[in-house]
Design a protein around this ligand. Structure first.
Ligand code: AMP
Ligand code: GLY
Length: 427
């Protein structure tokens, strides 16, 4: 089987490593891939947002199955376009991807179907939004409706801050057209849990839970990033919470999408907050998380390609989706300055890290001399699977500390909150 994976980050690297385990997969192409993915697949210089380029390549090469991993091509209809050429895909069609690409759509759907989430109002008119936030109870959360690389969410402690947030999104267009519509919502508190779930539109099979670390610096300080590290499973996701999530959130969401004529097939990412009132949805993503995938897929015992085909064929009920009881930790190594401006082209010395851990490449390339260099904000994800979370965290850091490049930045507390949570549940 010739397959194609659209995307070029650590998430795609982890997906490709797992797909290679299936003996019927003979060839994998990555569009565009990166320097690390090039060791596991054939990289093709087509951007993940070049839908025509993707379709032309797939048709020309006789691709038999496509995995579309990032949010942008999904929202732009990459799966619809590939389906139109008869190519089976893993990933939602554009109509279903809207669960991520429009927060207003997602919130209104949750309200209509009684899915627990923060109370909210949607605004398309700046004056109405300003009037509302002047009197609203703070803290309050102001969100741009569209895709904003995880940066379109502002937590406002005062009414003045909320007014400023509305102004920057709706009047100063800080997030471009993504901020033309905004959602203002109640501030929730509690531990956050990410749950990725396979679904064929009828059946939902949650994967091992995980915890992301979104802020740039230790102690959850600094700006929001795409994610600086992950652990799995998440100790705050107890069996009781999992059962509530299945009944109150996962199944109702799948049914709601189907009822709305937007049947969702692929990986649905539930960003949850475990509040005193129970689990609530913070956000949905229409795809695997990055770097959640780098800790979740190494724990998958079943065959990823078999699951992906079953998702596309609507036969997920018939396949095994089993996870190991072990734990995993992924430490992201980033370019100093990320998520704001940073330099690229720094030569990377991996040391003994590849022998000590799985090293997934996020933003890497080769310079004119063929050396491995940094090529993005997030550069490498260093991941270890061990029997316990404590062991996984210390093994991931031992390997991460092997890697050298100029201005390398990593958090030193990935897993600390989860370990504190574990101690609590064990007490
Ligand atoms: P989002 O892009 O919607 O996932 O939001 C990014 C981050 O902002 C989340 O991971 C949360 O940490 C935080 N956040 C979003 N919505 C809320 C909320 N209603 N209450 C508290 N924190 C929130
Ligand atoms: N790590 C968060 C995301 O993939 O959206």
């Amino acid at each position: 089987m010739k397959i194609m994976v659209v995307g070029g980050g650590g998430r795609e690297h982890a997906i490709i490593r797992k797909l290679r385990e299936n003996p019927s997969v003979t060839e994998i192409f990555a569009l565009p891939g990166n320097a690390g993915i090039a060791q596991d697949a054939t990289c093709v210089n087509v951007k993940a947002t070049d839908i025509d380029g993707i379709v032309n390549f797939a048709v020309g090469q006789g691709i038999e199955f496509a995995v579309v991993a990032p949010d942008d091509p999904l929202a732009m209809g990459a799966v619809d376009a590939l389906h139109a050429k008869g190519i089976p895909c893993f990933g939602p069609v554009a109509k279903a991807a809207q669960i991520e690409s429009s927060k207003a759509f997602a919130k209104q759907m949750m309200k209509k179907y009684g899915i627990p989430t923060a109370a909210f109002e949607v605004f398309e008119d700046a004056q109405a939004a300003l009037d509302y936030v002047r009197g609203v109870k703070c803290p309050v959360v102001v969100k741009a409706d569209g895709l904003a690389l995880g940066k379109g969410v502002l937590i406002c402690r005062t009414n003045a801050e909320a007014e400023e947030a509305v102004r920057s999104m709706m009047l100063e267009n800080r997030f471009g057209s993504s901020g033309a519509t905004i959602v203002v919502e109640e501030f929730l508190e509690g531990p956050e849990v990410s749950v990725l779930a396979f679904t064929d539109g009828n059946v939902v099979r949650p994967m091992t839970s995980s915890m992301d670390h979104k802020r740039a610096n230790d102690g959850d300080e600094g700006l929001n990033t795409g994610g600086m590290g992950t652990i799995a499973p998440n100790p705050y996701y107890t069996p009781e919470v999992a059962q509530r999530c299945m009944q109150e959130i996962f199944l109702p969401t799948i049914r709601a999408m189907k009822a709305e004529g937007r049947t969702f097939k692929g990986c649905l990412y539930f960003g949850l907050m475990i509040t005193a009132d129970g689990p609530k949805v913070i956000e949905y993503n229409c795809r695997f998380g990055d770097p959640e995938t780098q800790v979740v897929l190494p724990l998958l015992k079943s065959d990823l390609f078999d699951i992906m085909r079953a998702v596309e064929n609507g036969t997920l009920a018939d396949v095994d989706v089993q996870f190991s009881d072990a734990s995993a930790c992924c430490v992201m190594l980033a370019s100093g300055g990320y998520p704001e401006s940073y330099e690229k082209g720094k030569v990377i010395d991996l040391g003994k890290a590849p022998e000590m851990a799985e090293v997934f490449h996020s933003g890497t390339g080769r310079n004119a001399d063929g050396e491995l260099v940094t090529a993005g904000g997030r550069v490498l994800g260093v991941c270890c699977v061990r029997d316990t979370l404590r062991e996984a965290v210390s093994a991931a850091y031992a390997a991460a500390n092997q890697v050298r490049f100029d201005k390398l930045h990593m958090r030193t507390d990935i897993g600390a909150r989860a370990l504190a949570g574990l101690n609590k549940t064990e007490e």
